[in-house]
Structures are given as C-alpha cells and as structure tokens.
Write a protein that binds this ligand. Structure first.
Ligand SMILES: [Mn+2]
Length: 310
C-alpha cells in the first residue's frame, strides 16, 4: 500500500514540475522579439512597407522586431529599399529567396503552374524551414494590411494545443467547396513554429501538393492547403485581428488589423468589383486611413533619400 502512495506522490510531483516549466516558458516568451513574416514579389514591396510602417508607428510597447521577407526574387533596388528602411528604424530584416535556398521546390513547380496565382504565394508554407530553429513563434501577415494596434498582446496569445491562430473567413466560407466546414483566412496567422515543425506541417502540405486532382479543386490553393492540413488545430482569433474591408460588410469602428480585400487602396480600380460595389468600398474611412499611412511612409522614404545624398 505504501508503495502505491509513493508512486502517486512521485506522479503528482512530476505533473507539478511540468506545469511549472510551462509557466516559466510562457513568461519567458513575452520577453522575446516579435517575428513577423511576409511573402512578396516586386509588386508588393511598397504595400509591405506600408504594413511595416503601420506596425512600427503603433509599437507602443517598444517591442523589438525581426522582419522575415520571403520572396522568389527581388530587384536589388527593392531589396536595398527594404533593408534601408527597416534598419533605419533600428529593427532587423532577413530576406529569403525560396528559389535559391529551397532546392526541393523545383519538384513542385508543376503544381504552381496549375493555379492562377504567382508561385511565390507558396513560400510561406515553408515558414518552419525559413525561420531559424531558435525561434518558436511568428506572425505571418499579408501585405494588403494595415496594423493599427500594438502587436504585443496578439503575439502572446495562448494558443493552447493549437498550432496556429487565425480569423474566420466570412467570404470564402460560403463557397460550395468549403460549405459546412470551418474556414479561416490566412492573411493573419499566428504560428507556433515548434509545433508546426514538430508535427511536420510542411511535409503534410507537400504531400497534398503532389496530388494534382487536389490542387485543381482548390480556389485559393495556399489558403485551402493550410485550412486542410491544420484542421482542428486552429484557434479562432477575434475578427478585429483580421477585419475585412469589403463591400459586403458593415464598417466597424475599432479594428486592430485592417485587411483590404477586393479593392487594394494603392490601386484605384478593381477588375472584379462593379461600380456600385466600388462606391461602397471607397466610402470606408479605412481607405483614407491607408492613404494617410502611405503618405507618411513616402515622407520618411524621401527623407532617407535626402540623408543619403548628403
Ligand atoms: Mn490579403
């Protein structure tokens, strides 16, 4: 009988030890640098800089940032612009070219050719490989986004047993091929890189990509893949962390992160919105806000240029 008690006590001590380790880890976590990841080509350099500018403008907690830029290729002029802007802001930037550094990617180009999107969109699926193993967490952001909050509290949300945190996608959810399923938008993704790597998410994605029937059925291939592979392991985040500016939705006052769907603010026209829909979207004060941030960025970039001339 005594032996049983002893084993029980040891078991309880072991469990307590585990819980303590976990809290220590979580506490340590809040002190870390914030890793942000983007996935772009030359066309999205300026919009991404607006997003970065918006993050740093609202960095009330004075957090340190590492910006990871995943790309296929970039003009050197653009690469320099990104590097100069971010280092001027005393933050770190790492540019990663998937074509040079992921040789296995060549075997998958056949899949990329089957979809109506540039292949660079798949770059973020390799996030676990791209970001150094010493980093346990990162926040992926699209570049058609304005961040108008301090990101520290989002970054430190407890994901529990989930691998990622995402906001539900109100647009695609109604499409027949995802009807009845929980479907998330991949424009804002808080990622637990340790679990992502540990549970071989990348390998699972690659397996699916090799299946041409599967790829042909997708509408947003990268987003569909993520929803599929991460099913059941996605924590639903407050919609304010990925608020859609779209003709279908009522504008809300205080979002944290604004995602510009349909009409991109830096373009004045849209290929697929009717003129009535365009009018609704353009009336959103969120567009004025974007223009304001864009102007402020332009001023900073000009000042940088003048400084380097002197
Ligand atoms: Mn987007």
């Amino acid at each position: 009988m005594k032996k049983v008690y002893l084993i029980l006590i040891i078991l309880i001590l072991f469990m307590l030890y585990q819980v303590c380790c976990k809290t220590v880890f979580e506490k340590k976590h809040t002190e870390e640098t914030i890793n942000i990841c983007f996935n772009i080509d030359d066309n999205y350099v300026k919009p991404m800089l607006v997003t970065i500018y918006s993050i740093l403008k609202n960095n009330k907690s004075n957090s340190k940032y590492n910006f990871y830029v995943i790309t296929e290729d970039l003009k050197s002029k653009n690469e320099n612009l990104i590097k100069n802007f971010i280092s001027n802001k005393q933050q770190k930037v790492i540019i990663y070219r998937i074509k040079n550094e992921l040789p296995d990617l060549k075997n998958l180009y056949f899949a990329f050719e089957r979809v109506n999107f540039p292949s660079v969109i798949f770059g973020r699926l390799y996030i676990g490989n791209i970001i150094p193993e010493t980093e346990y967490r990162c926040l992926y952001l699209d570049s058609d986004i304005l961040v108008i909050t301090d990101l520290k509290s989002l970054y430190n949300i407890n994901l529990g047993r989930n691998i990622v945190g995402m906001v539900k996608d109100p647009v695609t959810r109604t499409k027949p091929y995802v009807r009845g399923q929980k479907y998330y938008n991949s424009g804002v993704m808080l990622i637990d890189l340790k679990k992502w790597r540990g549970e071989n998410i990348e390998k699972k994605v690659l397996e699916k990509m090799k299946n041409t029937d599967y790829i042909d059925k997708t509408e947003y291939p990268d987003q569909d893949l993520l929803n599929d592979v991460l099913k059941g392991r996605i924590k639903t985040l407050n919609y304010k962390y990925n608020f859609f500016v779209d003709y279908r939705y009522r504008d809300i006052k205080n979002p944290y992160i604004i995602h510009y769907l349909g009409l991109k603010p830096w373009r004045k026209t849209s290929d697929w919105l009717s003129s009535e829909q365009l009018e609704i979207v353009k009336k959103s004060p969120k567009y004025e806000l974007y223009n304001q941030y864009e102007k402020e960025l332009e001023i900073e970039l000009n000042n940088m240029k003048n400084m380097s001339v002197k």
